[in-house]
Design a protein around this ligand. Structure first.
Ligand code: PSV
Ligand code: MN
Ligand code: MN
Length: 434
């Protein structure tokens, strides 16, 4: 039986206040879409089938390398993180999975975690390993690398951690392992580029060898940080080469914050999907580097263009009878907002980009492209992006039991204030400062 974390009456009460305005907006949008031959009900149906996973590590306030400001009432363990995920999912409706990160999310009883998560209507997305930090009690340090380390014993330790992640993931019912490593160098001459990649591949082959048949190994690239001169898996080129070298179950994961400034990420998405190697996403937004800001908060047009490629790949798969099932997940950190509110906003931005990509008139755009009618081809995208589709998103949420205005309903529920009373540990860590 599914448990509602926020009383459903609270959401119903909040919705009642907004229902008339919402219905008026919905009818107006429906009428506008009819003029371009789109049935709003089809859009709502597609939205209700769409989903994106939540990052367990994004459920607590993150902080920068300068400071962390804990939020009273934030989760203190993986069970509480999952509980907060269920609040996001209850209000926004599109986030029915959580992606765990080990060893951060370790617990004593994974069967209890699996059952608890299930009762909240949440499933497990990709499991993330972490060999980019040292943990207390760990034998060998990752200061100079992990899967690509110069010493065999350290590589072995990193391999074993990934295998342990697989074991935990199997217990929970996850179907993918995401591997991001911080391995690289800070100085020219510090490492040999080819050797490190060879060692990385050799290590990953062992992990890949233990991957169940219905699992995927997602390789996440990132241009720099923590290594500031060279990074072993620095871009999608190295990522796809490794995925191809490993085999069919290995694919690439694109984190929107992991590229050089101004890189055409939507084109990377198109290239990876064309060659069957687009395995997953970490959605977030950024201004300067890997900022992990809320999706759509800085560059919503880029997010839309990424979804334009994803919808186009989806349609290509339908035409060719192939499978296109990348795992969509969020990866963001919250320094100055309540994580639940930020994730609600991100869910809306991601779903909004998806709907806008769905209303692009692709046949018309193709005809304009063939005629080299540049402005009209461009406007096919531009006009879809400029559409206000919020009423369709709200309708999908309402039909899934969610809120017309998720943040307003969340605030009305008093959830965080209540948790600040009951989740003592971190509140005490925060020193009670509000
Ligand atoms: C690395 O910057 C990264 O994007 C990876 O996905 C990690 O798992 C995550 O951030 C950790 O915060
Ligand atoms: Mn990431
Ligand atoms: Mn990142």
């Amino acid at each position: 039986r599914k448990i509602a974390t926020i009383p459903q009456e609270v959401i119903a009460r909040a919705n009642a206040k907004l229902m008339d305005a919402h219905m008026a907006d919905y009818d107006a949008l429906a009428a506008r879409l009819v003029r371009v031959n789109i049935d709003i009900e089809d859009l709502v149906e597609k939205l209700m089938a769409f989903s994106v996973g939540l990052p367990s590590w994004g459920m607590v306030s993150g902080g920068t390398r300068y400071a962390r400001f804990p939020l009273p009432g934030e989760p203190t363990n993986v069970f509480e993180k999952v509980e907060d995920c269920s609040v996001v999912n209850q209000l926004a409706g599109l986030t029915p999975r959580v992606s765990l990160h080990f060893p951060w999310d370790k617990c004593d009883d994974y069967e209890a975690l699996r059952q608890y998560t299930q009762t909240l209507g949440i499933g497990f997305d990709a499991i993330n390993s972490n060999t980019f930090q040292d943990q207390t009690g760990q034998k060998r340090s990752y200061k100079f690398g992990s899967l690509s380390h110069s010493q065999e014993a350290t590589r072995q330790q990193a391999i074993e951690h990934n295998l342990e992640c697989l074991d935990i993931g199997k217990k929970l019912g996850s179907k993918a392992l995401t591997v991001w490593i911080g391995d690289g160098s800070n100085f020219p001459g510090q490492v040999e580029f080819t050797d490190t990649l060879e060692r990385y591949l050799e290590s990953l082959r062992t992990v890949y060898g233990q991957l169940p048949d219905d699992w995927r190994l997602l390789i996440e690239h990132k241009m720099y940080e923590p290594a500031f001169y060279s990074t072993v898996i620095q871009d999608w080129g190295t990522s796809i080469l490794c995925a191809q070298a490993l085999g069919d179950k290995a694919q690439c994961l694109v984190d929107l914050g992991h590229h050089a400034p101004n890189v055409n990420i939507e084109m990377i998405v198109a290239r990876l999907s064309q060659f069957g190697k687009l395995g997953g996403f970490h959605f977030n937004d950024s201004k300067y580097g890997d900022d992990d800001l809320d999706s759509g908060s800085i560059n919503p047009f880029q997010l839309f263009l990424v979804f334009n490629e994803l919808v186009s790949a989806e349609k290509r798969a339908e035409r060719t009878g192939t499978r296109f099932t990348p795992s969509y997940m969020m990866d963001q950190t919250h320094n100055v907002t309540d994580p639940i509110e930020s994730l609600l906003n991100s869910a809306r931005a991601i779903a909004g980009a998806y709907v806008k990509a769905l209303i692009v008139d692709r046949d018309a755009m193709r005809a304009y492209q063939e005629d080299n009618d540049v402005i009209m081809a461009h406007n096919s995208l531009r006009l879809a992006f400029e559409s206000d589709v919020r009423a369709a998103l709200a309708m999908a949420r309402v039909r899934m039991g969610g809120a017309i205005d998720p943040i307003a309903a969340y605030r009305e529920s008093g959830y965080r204030a209540h948790k600040a009373e009951t989740r003592k540990a971190r509140t005490e860590l925060a020193g009670g400062i509000v």
